[in-house]
Design a binder for this molecule. Structure first.
Ligand SMILES: Nc1nc2c(c(=O)[nH]1)N[C@H]1C(S)=C(S)[C@@H](COP(=O)(O)OP(=O)(O)OC[C@H]3O[C@@H](n4cnc5c(=O)[nH]c(N)nc54)[C@H](O)[C@@H]3O)O[C@H]1N2
Ligand SMILES: Nc1nc2c(c(=O)[nH]1)N[C@H]1C(S)=C(S)[C@@H](COP(=O)(O)OP(=O)(O)OC[C@H]3O[C@@H](n4cnc5c(=O)[nH]c(N)nc54)[C@H](O)[C@@H]3O)O[C@H]1N2
Ligand code: SF4
Ligand SMILES: [Mo]
Length: 861
């Protein structure tokens, strides 16, 4: 069968994927060599998409409570309850909460129903948690939410600055492009992040700044550029509006800035000097900038430096906001946030009038609706009485998620459209609607560089799953708006969206898709990835403001509170958000098996914590346990935890319960990266692990139980107090073999069913447990090895250690040994010797780090 060309459903890089169906829900995934975003490359997440497309855990039928219902019944009920609520309490008593993982067509349908026909603007999405500050900053500086740059600019830059972005993990194919530019033209790389991430590890300069101090850093840079006369005066006078007296209010004081940002003055000056000297500079930023209570100011402080040096709209020179989700950008284009109306238009009277005429509706919303955090507050306070959540898991991903859960529990009517039956959010749903998933759904997404690509289906819709746009249109029809939602295909919706962007545009808005407004269905199906606005916007120096000028903004660093401990949160390389899909992949689950608390060695010492201990993190919002990982990549008094783990996956690692829900006053985006926190050791009597072929619920009576998917089964890491014997009740039926070491309090139990290993439980009070890999492999074996409970192959001395390269299955010990024995001195040499790092490339930063560490050890000897 021929490969279907589609787009990766994970990050905003928007890589093209070639999918070849090889059987029932079986597919081979390759990079699409013809896609300009990736030229055939895929990172670890994209490469392993095939492991996530089976029907495990899928929601396949509409459900009313726990009862399976037909589509008609479910849709009628949703329409009736929304209509009744609106009739009784007004249009603002209902809300939609969507996602940057919806397709543009889905997004358009949700937005049109809420803003065009329900007549309120209470539709917001998880992009509020992600991009809202970048959106607000673009609008403040350029007059429109338009990303000036493209990936081409990375190839042409001489300096790339990454601010608050762990690009190597979160935008890996952009990272590979940055690496390529460094190799090809010696592009310099500066990383600005409080943590020494794998992204920062190999940079020319890393500024481990004090969290939240980016505004001071970039305002200091602007003052310095002004002081040394490094501004582009011509660009400023022709194209930028500068407030009177602006420059007089800036003072160039690198020493003070370095103190405030807590970086050395030498490093700060090195950055300032490099920036001043390099016209071709691209500054990429993501969540370390956006997810801050001063996020919009941070983004504008960066943009200021680019405007003042004329570094925008030119090859290799631009501020560049990286988008997180695959269609964060498409959602912004549609206008699916509560503070935008549609197609890059706000709620000004002429815009409302224009959109009303285009949609043919007399009740278009005329003012912004509630932003995510306020929306869930309104649910809690009973002002919103019906909510429809689609493509997002707010019970995990919202800040202060405990409060969001309480709100949902009280809400009279909760509808959730999802692809997975049981998530932390679907637990609160009165109605669950089964959506089409990636591999089935059909439409378009827009990536970080404004490139619109097709997501194409290659499997038929399973069970009764339906596309999100279809579900919305059916509800709209039942609410009496059939004529406006009569689309037969996603192509029809795309044409309507494109036509709206072009409608009475007259060059006022950069977003103008008129070239695609008449696309035939066949042309839509065959649509090649296309970038609207071309490679770069604003090349003529004209901006979509009333006077055609961009704006320099007066920005002042907000005071930073002194906390004894700061919790920072973010992502792991191989997990995607709340793990509903990446959690199904055994390969991806190997990179980090448990949610870790990363902590500086001195803080660990001060709190009596050692590697592998359990620690309790407490914030004003809540508390949760994490496994301790001691690392000097953290600054003192700052802790990092991942956002991914859920109630479905773990008893701990519940980061969403901890974060503060304070928001940026301009954008309404929460400051996920900075919450006051304390840590303490949690002693346990025993630890262990449980491996089983069949899925079982989280074992009870454990302080710590985290699950991951492994080939042929599930692995639980466990710890607790009291008698671990209670765990034996979890074991499946079968013949048991046992071994015991009373001195160390170690118990090993194997269960054999049908002549194969069905489960293994290994628990110890003071002893050492074997590495998991060999036992995991035994689950898939047809025969049981005689001494299986030893946990390693008969005669085998050492195992290969934690897997570093997923593609070639190479462990850390194998790599370290090869570096030492064969004198391997770079990543390419490791690739030659072991294959590691030569496919998806996601482990290349980790390999580079291993070489550096081995060299350091050598030097120390
Ligand atoms: N593997 C993987 N990739 C993903 C995702 C995923 O879930 N997993 N999700 C996608 C999505 S939706 C998004 S939004 C992106 C996010 O991509 P990134 O923004 O790269 O990821 P994060 O880990 O959230 O945060 C980035 C960095 O911000 C730093 N930071 C914290 N506080 C500050 C500060 O005050 N200043 C500065 N300068 N930095 C700070 C953190 O230490 C962290 O390393 O990733 C996308 N790609
Ligand atoms: N502490 C902390 N919290 C954070 C962040 C952080 O850095 N730290 N980052 C924030 C950011 S940037 C983001 S983007 C959010 C992400 O957070 P969420 O959006 O909550 O995370 P996902 O796990 O991607 O949720 C997507 C849901 O949609 C379902 N789904 C997948 N495909 C489809 C589809 O086609 N249709 C429908 N209807 N459903 C589908 C999935 O099964 C899943 O339940 O988290 C935010 N929360
Ligand atoms: S970088 Fe990786 S996760 Fe992002 S779109 Fe490309 S393959 Fe997918
Ligand atoms: Mo995001």
């Amino acid at each position: 069968m021929a490969a279907i060309r589609t787009t990766c459903p994970y990050c905003g890089v928007g890589c093209g994927v070639a999918a070849t169906v090889t059987g029932e829900r079986e597919v081979t995934i390759k990079g699409d060599a013809a896609h300009p975003a990736n030229g055939g490359r895929l990172c670890s997440k994209g490469t392993n998409l095939g492991e996530t497309v089976r029907l495990t855990g899928r929601l396949l039928h509409p459900m009313i409570g726990d009862r399976r219902a037909g589509w008609d019944e479910a849709l009628d009920l949703v329409a009736r309850r929304f209509a009744e609520t609106i009739a009784e309490h007004g249009p603002e008593s209902v809300a939609f909460y969507g996602s940057g993982q919806l397709l543009t067509e889905d997004y358009y349908a949700f937005n049109k129903l809420m803003k065009g026909y329900i007549g309120a603007a209470n539709i917001d999405t998880n992009s509020r948690l992600c991009m809202a500050s970048a959106v607000a900053a673009h609008i403040r500086a350029f007059g429109e939410d338009a990303v000036p740059a493209s990936y081409d600019d990375l190839d042409e830059a001489d300096l790339i600055v990454l601010v608050g972005s762990n690009t190597a993990w979160c935008h890996p194919i952009v990272w590979q492009r940055i690496e390529a530019a460094r190799a090809a033209r010696g592009t310099k790389l500066v990383v600005i992040d409080p943590r020494r991430t794998e992204t920062a590890e190999g940079a020319d300069l890393h500024l481990p700044l004090r969290p939240g101090s980016d505004v001071a850093l970039f305002t200091g840079l602007l003052a310095h550029l002004h002081a040394i006369d490094a501004l582009d005066q011509t660009f400023l006078s022709d194209h930028v509006a500068v407030p009177t007296g602006f420059w007089d209010r800036l003072s160039d004081d690198p020493a003070a800035t370095a103190r405030l940002c807590d970086v050395t003055q030498a490093d700060l000056s090195a950055f300032y000097t490099l920036f001043a000297a390099t016209p071709r500079t691209v500054t990429l930023f993501s969540m370390g900038v956006n997810q801050s209570v001063q996020g919009t100011d941070k983004a504008n402080a960066i943009i200021n430096c680019h405007l003042a040096t004329g570094r925008i709209g030119k090859p290799g020179a631009a501020p560049f906001s990286l988008t997180g989700q695959p269609n964060a950008m498409g959602g912004r284009e549609v206008g699916g946030l509560a503070n935008t109306l549609a197609a890059h238009m706000d709620f000004s009277a002429p815009n409302v009038d224009r959109v009303a005429r285009f949609w043919g509706s007399d009740r278009v919303a005329d003012r912004p609706g509630l932003k995510a955090v306020d929306m869930f507050r309104a649910v809690a306070e009973g002002r919103i009485k019906a909510i429809w959540i689609a493509g997002t898991n707010p019970a995990v991903s919202m800040p202060d998620a405990g409060r969001v859960r309480a709100a949902l529990a009280k809400c009279p009517f909760v509808v959730v459209s999802d692809v997975i039956a049981d998530t932390d959010t679907t637990r609160f749903a009165h109605i669950r609607l089964p959506a089409a998933a990636w591999s089935e759904k059909n439409g378009t997404v827009t990536n970080s560089e404004r490139r619109i690509s097709r997501q194409r289906p290659f499997f038929p819709l399973p069970g009764e799953a339906r596309p999100d746009w279809w579900i919305v249109a059916e509800v709209a029809r039942r609410m009496g708006h059939g004529a406006a939602f009569a689309w037969e295909t996603p192509a029809a919706i795309f044409r309507e969206h494109a036509a709206l962007t072009a409608f009475e545009n007259g060059g006022q808005r950069k977003l103008d898709l008129s070239d695609w407004a008449d696309l035939s269905d066949a042309d839509y199906d065959a649509l090649e990835p296309v970038r609207w606005g071309g490679a770069r916007l604003f090349a003529d120096g004209r901006f979509p403001t009333a006077d055609g000028r961009a704006r320099l903004l007066e920005i002042v660093q907000s005071p930073l509170d002194r906390h004894n401990g700061i919790l920072n949160t973010g992502r792991y390389r191989d997990q995607w958000h709340t793990m509903t899909r990446t959690g199904l992949s055994p390969r991806l689950s190997q990179h980090r098996r448990e949610p870790l608390l990363e902590i500086h060695p001195e803080d660990a010492l001060a709190n009596g914590l050692r590697e592998g201990d359990l620690a309790r993190v407490t914030t004003p919002q809540g508390t949760s346990l994490f496994r301790v990982a001691v690392t000097d990549a953290q600054r003192r008094h700052e802790y990092f935890v991942p956002m991914h783990w859920t109630d479905r996956m773990s008893s701990g690692g519940r980061t969403g319960l901890l974060t503060d829900d304070a928001v940026d006053p301009v954008s309404g985006q929460p400051g996920f990266k900075l919450t006051a926190a304390t840590v303490e050791k949690v002693a346990t009597d025993w630890r262990g692990f449980l491996l089983c072929r069949d899925d079982i619920a989280l074992p009870p009576d454990c302080l710590w139980a985290t699950r991951i998917t492994v080939p042929a089964g599930t692995l639980y890491e466990l710890a607790g107090n009291g008698d671990p014997a209670a765990l034996e009740a979890c074991l499946p039926a079968g013949d048991r073999i046992q071994a015991e070491d009373r001195a160390q309090g170690t118990r090993r139990i194997g269960v054999i069913a049908d002549g194969r290993l069905a489960a293994a439980l290994l628990v110890t009070r003071t002893g050492i447990l074997p590495q998991r890999d060999w036992l995991i492999a035994q689950l898939a074996q047809a025969d049981v090895v005689p001494n299986v409970l030893a946990g390693r192959a008969p005669g085998a001395a050492v195992d290969r250690g934690a897997i570093v390269c997923l593609c070639f299955d190479v462990g850390v010990r194998t790599i370290v040994a090869a570096i030492a024995e064969q004198g391997l001195s770079d990543v390419a040499a490791i690739g030659k010797a072991l294959g590691a790092g030569t496919n998806c490339g996601s482990c290349r930063p980790a390999l580079a780090k291993l070489i550096a560490e081995t060299e350091m050890l050598d030097a120390a000897e």
